[in-house]
Ligand binder design. Sequence first.
Ligand SMILES: [Mn+2]
Length: 426
Amino acid sequence: MISQKEYAHRRLKLAQSMSSESICLIHSANQKTRSNDTEYPYRQNSNFYYVTGFKEDESCLMIVKKKNKFKTILFVLKKDVKKELWTGQRLGEVEAKKLFSVNEVYTIDTLEEKFKEFSTRKQVLYYDFKLTYLKFKALKRISKGMHTHKNIALNIENMRLVKSTAEIKLIQKAIKITQKAHHKAMSCTKVDKNEYELQAKIENIFKAKGAYSDAYTSIVACGNAANTLHYIENNKPLEDGELILIDAGCEYEYYASDITRTIPVNGKFTKPQKELYQMILDVQVKIISMIAPGVMRSALQKKAEELLCDGLLLLGILKGKKKKLLKKDAHKKYYPHGIGHWMGIDVHDEAPYKDTKGKEIPLMKGMVLTIEPGIYCNTNDNSIPKKYRGIGIRIEDDILVTKNGHKNLSSSIVKDIEDIEKLSLL
Ligand SMILES: [Mn+2]
């Protein structure tokens, strides 16, 4: 868990990043309609959550700063027993004041009034440009005279780049649950079952082990379906002799895991599957080994492209001179995506890749990123050897940058050919 002390420290750092005379508003996420009068399960806005730890909707954090002093004010929904009968308990302002170490707590219906009270024309106004709320329209009207509007999301996302010890613990917990799900997928009988049955098995473990949700829609793609990068239909039969690409990770207490494994339906890799798989695995292991503070993500990308190009040449999927092929991006036909991304409260964590001057940010201790090379050989691509057509493989792990190098947080989720085959015999 993240302590109130840590949230308070984040608000301090955030306030320090603001102009000396300023006011900031960070809103909670809205409920989202699924259809008619049903809603999607509620998920708090990541930036708001990062600086408050508050999970309810219709809430807002205000920071008022003057010179070196600042105060933090949380606005929450009023307790309303009649409403709570339908929509569940609310903390209310009295309890929220006890549990959250902010200076003041008010009910959300007083936001406009309090904004008028605390704002001045001299202040810089900060808010999250992405969050456009009906309520906020009114605030915008009042704040028209304020000379500068700035996007507070950028300040928060900068802070989200490097993870604290408590955050890393939550990520590790999410990965631990995801490990159980992937191992279950490897060990269970799959032939002639359906992709969604396997998906259900995986997500059942997420929930049964205490992960409220998946961190993103699971991909369970058998055979050629794996060659559609964002395949989420998950409704085809699992056929004997094919591979299944499973990209699935749970979210635990607002922290993501993001793991891909590619496994045989019947528990045994065929020779061509093995050849392609081993090549990608070797690349993944090599790229992970390069991770250390000071290294550029773009260097990992470049190296991955070179190594995958070597592999594709060796397997006869690409033909020609490596230099030329790389120059005309021939390998991108089979490896069209990036080598990885930041991971944290969001699976694709909203933290910058470049600094404000547009310069790439090097890896630093405490960052978490995924490493996920893949090769996708479409069944209709007649230019590649027949034995590889219809095979799509990706292998993805979650890596922490440490003081002297890195730690593969998901190293306990098996990925060697023999280990996967062994697990499926259980
Ligand atoms: Mn990923």
